[in-house]
Design a protein around this ligand. Structure first.
Ligand code: URA
Length: 280
């Protein structure tokens, strides 16, 4: 039976792992890797001639152990993309789009995420903000921008007279990358048809692209965010009836790390407000 000391020790180990960045459970059951036999170390600077002679003398070699991660991709990137496009195209409402994402199996992030993070705010406002990816708080709650960057985003919106009743917020990725790692191009590509359909269904009059991933992905640019921010683009994602004036700006998480850059974001926000005020 476990006693209080065992529990305290287990908790201390857990806290240590979280501190080291291991804050995701990738398997349902723990695996004790320390109890597995150590694999022989690979020799450095192998002598190929003698290695070949030894291998021939020893007869057919046993196949090296194959590591089969439980999270192996079930579908190829092409299949994922085809499935994403078909599911996204078949959604005619935001509810259907969310349900389609629930059925989509082409993005491995879904396997490690706790919740699908679809959107927050008011789609009828037709002011749409697109961020990067859910973090730990968003993953827990299933809503975008509810953590510290979300709090800063709320203040940024408030500064130009907007809030979650007068803006609609989503992300490029609908599931949290484990440990908040940088999303892979395949993950972004798999989510993109849904993002495009999302925009087409909301029909925003204006888009605010928050940070490098949203800005670079939607403008198909390789420029860095400091070059893209403050620039307006006319974007027409697949299925959108007309080009949408879209402004790239800095991500609140970046502004939390680089508070001196807030003045640039402030300029962008003012430019966004002016554009909204010109709406018919
Ligand atoms: N950062 C994002 O880009 N999106 C979120 O939802 C939260 C943090």
């Amino acid at each position: 039976m476990r006693n209080a000391t065992d529990n305290a020790e287990a908790l201390a180990w857990l806290a240590w792992q979280v501190e080291m960045g291991a804050d995701e459970a990738l398997l349902d059951a723990p695996r004790d890797r320390l109890s597995q036999p150590a694999r022989p170390m690979r020799q450095t600077a192998p002598n190929l001639a003698s290695a070949t002679a030894q291998a021939t003398a020893a007869g057919p070699r046993e196949a090296p152990p194959v590591w089969t991660p439980e999270a192996t991709r079930l579908v190829s990137n092409d299949e994922a993309l085809a499935s994403a496009r078909a599911l996204a195209a078949g959604a005619n409402t935001l509810e259907e789009l969310k349900a389609a994402l629930g059925r989509f199996e082409g993005c491995d992030l879904k396997k490690t995420a706790t919740n699908l993070v679809f959107a927050d705010g008011n789609p009828a406002s037709r002011v749409m903000l697109i961020g990067e990816a859910p973090g730990a708080d968003e993953d827990r709650q299933g809503r975008p921008f509810v953590g510290v960057s979300g709090q800063l985003l709320d203040r940024m919106l408030g500064a130009i007279g907007l809030d979650r009743g007068s803006a609609y917020i989503t992300n490029i990725l609908f599931w949290r990358p484990p440990g908040n790692r940088t999303p892979t191009p395949a993950e972004v590509a798999a989510c993109l048809p849904f993002v495009e359909r999302h925009i087409a269904l909301v029909e925003p009059t204006h888009l605010l692209l928050l940070g490098a991933l949203a800005s670079k992905t939607l403008t198909a640019s390789n420029d860095g965010i400091l070059k893209l921010r403050g620039r307006w683009f006319e974007l027409q994602p697949l299925g959108s009836p007309a080009p949408i004036p879209s402004l790239a700006t800095l991500h609140p998480a970046y502004l939390l790390r680089q508070p001196a850059q807030k003045r640039l974001a402030w300029r962008d926000l003012l430019s966004f407000r002016v554009a909204l005020d010109k709406r018919p």
